[in-house]
Design a protein. Sequence first.
Length: 236
Amino acid sequence: MSKVALITGASRGIGKTISHYFAQQGYSLILLSLNKENLTRTKSELALLYTSCNIETVSVDFNKPNEVESTLTSIITSSKNIDALVNSAGILKAGSINLTLTELSELININLLSTITVCNLVANKMKQQGFGEIYNIGSTAGLEPVPKIAAYSATKSAIVSYSQSLYHELLPFGIKVCCLCPSVVNTDMTNDGRINNNLKIETQDLTKALDFIRGLSASAAVSMLSIRCKVIDLEK
């Protein structure tokens, strides 16, 4: 039976790099993202590099948690197994008290409600299987307050807390849960000119972190891993 990795936010940035990682590991892929064009491009890139990799792409709007729930329910029903889940879908919006309700709702829907919805549905599938791995992409902004991105920080703080609770809840069922918390990563989402791109964390650092966690002995576990950006820490 082929191992399957389900990756959200898979058409760009961290999610795309992690898709390459699991393809290299011989997994079949279920890739979720909103942008159909980017998904198609990512699938083509992966298919060219990993000719034996089975790749399914699904376009879904993470700003609509009900749509996410319906889509994931259908995927889970049609999938014999889901071995690994990576929740990478997310957006960054600067601001706190100046954000409109629409902007705040979008942050919460994408970064929190849809992410937790995916997690809950896949976790129940993994409990039935008796195995699985869940990796949520948090942020160092969820570990300490960042005033200029307060609302974003709040969503990531919630994901960190949720992930750590889920770690304990699923531990008896043989399911790994870890929240990866990088600082500023070199993606189009952070390309605002404030920090030179060559000083940011690379997306490949996330796959190296994944590989480290997954390579630990059966007796070891990591529920949260912080990946610092040196230039940000030097500013403090």
